[in-house]
Design a protein around this ligand. Sequence first.
Ligand code: ATP
Ligand code: MG
Length: 254
Amino acid sequence: MALIPKNHPRAKSLFIREKLIDGFDDGIVAKEGLLAHGRGEAFDYLLGEKTTHIAKNAIKAASAALLLAKNSVISVNGNIAALSAKEIVKLARIVHAKIEVNLFYTNDIRKRNIVKLLKKNGAKEVLGLDLKLQKRIPKLDSARRVVDKDGIFSADVVLVPIEDGDRTIALKKFGKKVITFDLNPLSRTAQTAHITIVDNATRGMSELVVCCSRLSSKNETVLKKILRGFDNKNNLRMNILEIKKNLSRRASHV
Ligand code: ATP
Ligand code: MG
């Protein structure tokens, strides 16, 4: 890992980059994943590189949705595996979700590496490798539509962090309740998902784990009320305005 001085103004952001670079060297992250992260970083910069109260609201709604789900699945790609393997396993345990490795740039070796990493972090079962269980999401082109019969295919709620828009749209059309982490409130994924957490997945996943464990003792009525009180469009609007507010403040201090 490169030496990053702790007092560097972008230290945290640089540490996250190093995690992804290590993930790339270990055959977990795709080249394209490194670039996708860059797009995310730019929005993180504009949002102030912190979990806003707006994101916290979305995290609360996502927690309620995951706890209410009958059959939830966490969809794991290279980026989220490299950034949050421990949190994925913790979250799955708390909300009784399945874990499925599902790659946009599909590649069997990378899939196996991700499964290995998740198991090293305590995952008991990881779906997505068994060819006999492969099913297809309708209205999505070839490799990207393959999902596990016992995982995403039959889920009611899916968490798809750092996901592509086409896939999010297809999952929604297929009747899934979609929760995502996406730093860009303007992306198709952000605009399509039922619950969009506009936060860096590295920070947001830890918050989600804490929030789920805090709400896990609440009954269905309380959880349903939280969910009903959440409006994704309004939350996205507030995120866009937060960026505008940050930019206006910076503009007056140049
Ligand atoms: P879409 O396909 O949804 O329109 P896009 O084509 O602009 O979006 P993709 O590369 O398909 O982007 O998806 C990656 C998305 O993940 C981007 O919107 C990016 O902002 C976001 N992203 C990247 N890294 C992170 C991260 N660490 N945490 C949260 N979001 C991230
Ligand atoms: Mg895309």
